[in-house]
Design a protein around this ligand. Structure first.
Ligand code: NAG
Ligand code: NAG
Ligand code: NAG
Ligand code: NAG
Length: 179
């Protein structure tokens, strides 16, 4: 009896802690645009709500030509009367990406995506479909410290020296309020 009561109290305490420790992360929008239909065609680009707390990203592209040079620019924005550039603006050569998997930042990003994406190997990328499917993030796997707010990550893909593709993801993040 006493044991049961202790377990009950412990469970309630754990539940309380879990609830209060929970930061919230949620994808709110996704957008894709191809600027060259003879190179990239967008088949799917949307969010899918799995349940109240989980929304995943599904993107499928058709690549029409062999690709062996990709420059990726990722710019982060935070919403404050419209989206304002925020802290991170990173440009990297996509084909070198996986070759530099020892770089801690690259490794971190790679680990977030690798099991959800067919874009998980080095160049060249052959014509065919490329997918990022069922992708989601847990608040605790957000790789950088973030203040609460609404964010946009805008990624520009330059293939063979021209801007060919734009993919945007927006999300809201609420910090654990005990911190
Ligand atoms: C992504 O966001 C940028 C910056 O706000 C915007 O210029 C661009 O048109 C957006 N692209 C898509 C596909 O929504
Ligand atoms: C569009 O893609 C085709 C096929 O790869 C390429 O030949 C053409 O140069 C591209 N156009 C631009 C502006 O990059
Ligand atoms: C982000 O970096 C790119 C490439 O270096 C540059 O063209 C762009 O203007 C930068 N964006 C901002 C908001 O500084
Ligand atoms: C790359 O993606 C393919 C297809 O989604 C998957 O079978 C493979 O295990 C992935 N490789 C890595 C290193 O994650």
């Amino acid at each position: 009896m006493r044991m049961t009561k202790n377990i009950l109290i412990l469970s309630l305490l754990l539940l309380f802690l879990a609830k209060n420790n929970a930061s919230k992360f949620k994808f709110t929008n996704v957008g894709c645009e191809s600027f060259n239909q003879s190179l990239v065609v967008i088949n799917t680009c949307r969010l899918k709500a799995i349940n109240r707390d989980k929304t995943v990203i599904n993107i499928e592209l058709s690549l029409k030509e062999m690709v062996n040079r990709v420059m990726i620019n990722g710019q982060m924005f935070k919403r404050e009367n419209g989206y304002k550039p925020w802290l991170y603006n990173i440009t990297t050569e996509g084909c070198q990406f996986y070759r530099r998997a020892n770089d801690p930042v690259i490794k971190l990003i790679f680990n977030l995506f690798k099991s959800y994406s067919s874009l998980n190997h080095t160049c060249p990328y052959s014509p065919g479909t490329m997918r990022l499917w069922g992708f989601y993030l847990l608040p605790q796997s957000v790789p950088v410290p973030l203040p609460s707010g609404d964010y946009l990550v805008a990624v520009k893909w330059s293939i063979h020296n021209f801007l060919q593709l734009s993919t945007n993801v927006s999300f809201s993040f609420q910090e654990d309020f005990l911190n």
